[in-house]
Structure formats: C-alpha cells, structure tokens
Design a protein around this ligand. Structure first.
Ligand code: SAM
Length: 264
C-alpha cells in the first residue's frame, strides 16, 4: 500500500492555500486553480480593476517591438489558464497556430468553452501538460508566451530552460508577471490593496486561501534583475524587462540565440 498523501494547507474557509515550502506545493497549486477556475476571469477583472485587459495586449505590443522581423507560424502559451493570452496571440498573428498548455483540467475546460465562441478559437489547440516537461520537440515554436504563471512554479529555472528548448532561434519568450511596483509612492498603496483588500475579496467568495497565497507568491519571485539573470542562465541572449502600470506587472522579453551564441 502506498503511504497516505501528505495533508495540504487550507484556509479557515477550507479553500486550498498552497505553501511553497511543502512537498505538496505543486499538487496544491493545481487544486487551487481547480477551485477558482469558474470565477477566475471575472475575479481577475475585478481585483485588477480592469487593468488585466490592458496588460496582455501591451505585452504582445512590446513583443512586436522587440522581436526580429520574420514569420510566426507556431506559438506556445504555457500555463494558458482560460486561454486569454493564447487567443490574443492567435488574433495578432493570423498565420500562426497556437497551442495552449496547462496542468489544471478545469482551467482548460474553461479555455475550451471560451474558444468555441471566438473566431480565432479554431487556431488554438489545448493540451494538458506541465511547464516542467513540455511535450514538444526542441526548436518547434517561433514564440513562447506565459502570463501570471512564473510565481506558481515549483522550479522556475527548469521551466525557463524548457521554454528555451522548444523555441527556434531567434524565437522570443514573453513572460508577463506581477512584480514589485517601481514607484516608491505607489508601492505602499499597491501593497495595502494587494496584501489586505484582495484576500478579503477572496474570502467573500469562499476563496480566502487562493487570494492569501497571491501576495505570498509575489514575495517568492526573484527581483526584476534576478529574473533577467535566470533568463540568461536558461540560454537566452538578448533579454529586457519592461515594467507596466508603475511596475505592478513586468513583461520580460528574451530572445533565444542560435546555439553558437549561447556560450557568449
Ligand atoms: C494565474 S493563472 C494564469 C492563466 C493565464 N495565463 C492568464 O493570463 O490568465 C496560472 C495558470 O498556470 C497554470 N499552472 C501553474 N503551474 C503550472 C505548471 N507547472 N504547469 C502548467 N500549468 C501550470 C495554472 O493551472 C493556471 O491555469
């Protein structure tokens, strides 16, 4: 008989509350996204005060200015959730086929449902996979994107190396993530809202755990400059960090160099 699974941390309302320091972290992140999948989109719009509608398109605009001209035929969106970024990428690159992968079934089910109502949905395929072992051949995508995935990963360096592996040089990785505000005036206002108000909003919809985990997960992320270093270590050449909205989110853009560039 196998040993009983270790107990997971739970919030007082019983909702999943992942703890990065425990061996069950990855399983708990999956359970957490399963728990919030149905209300993920509207909660995101409300908690971000509608700014999430701007952040993903802006990240793709920043990508257009960063990448070398060339055809974009295949795009991978990792941790695609309900598919917003995958569908936006499909709209922006009409000649491309997009694949969205995620390891949470209910998030993918939501993405599938939403894709049926979108014209570009037919060019977006979905698959269940973990970011830590992408089920794709080396150099098989022109762009790899991810939004709000990084802070949930148990092994960020490994996921970045996987995303680098599947990129065909000079393909680009776009990572959009919540970050510490760049403005010293705005920082305390952001933290009062993000650390105190958002968890209370979560508690109001029986999801105290996920929205207490949210500010904790930001604290576990490397700083902008350390993140840039991780991207370089993962084999990316040209790397930039572009803050948006006073730095509360950052777009990281990283170009996969040719094999001969990587030792430089
Ligand atoms: C905060 S949501 C972001 C979803 C979407 N990218 C967006 O912009 O709204 C994070 C997503 O990453 C997925 N995820 C977290 N860790 C993952 C992993 N190791 N492999 C694949 N997906 C993962 C979760 O299931 C969840 O759907």
């Amino acid at each position: 008989m196998s040993a009983p699974a270790a107990p997971s941390r739970r919030a007082p309302d019983g909702s999943p509350y992942p703890d990065r320091t425990t061996p069950t972290f990855e399983r708990d992140v999956r359970q957490m996204f399963g728990h919030i999948a149905e209300r993920y989109d509207w909660f995101d719009h409300v908690a971000s005060m509608g700014n999430d509608f701007l952040w993903r398109p802006r990240a793709l605009g920043q990508l257009d200015r960063f990448r070398r001209p060339g055809p974009v035929r295949r795009i991978l969106d990792v941790g695609c959730g309900t598919g917003d970024l995958a569908r936006l990428a499909a709209r922006r690159y009409p000649a491309a086929r997009v694949v969205g992968v995620d390891f949470t079934g209910p998030m993918l089910a939501n993405a599938l449902r939403r894709g049926r109502h979108a014209a570009e949905g037919r060019r977006v395929g979905l698959a269940r996979a973990t970011a830590l072992h992408l089920p794709f051949a080396d150099a098989s995508f022109d762009l790899v994107t991810n939004a709000f995935l990084a802070r949930n990963l148990s092994d960020l360096s490994r996921a970045l190396a996987e995303m680098r592996r599947v990129l065909r040089p000079p393909g680009v990785l776009v990572t959009l993530e919540i970050t510490e505000p760049t403005s010293p005036v705005f920082g305390p206002i952001f933290h009062a809202y993000f650390d105190q108000v958002v968890p209370m909003m979560g508690a109001a919809v029986a999801s105290e755990g996920p929205y207490r985990y949210l500010p904790e997960s930001l604290r576990s992320l490397p700083s902008r400059s350390a993140f840039v270093g991780l991207l370089r270590n993962a084999g990316f050449g040209r790397v930039v960090a572009r803050p948006q909205s006073f730095g509360i989110v950052t777009t990281y853009l990283a170009e996969a160099g040719a094999a001969s560039d990587q030792s430089r």
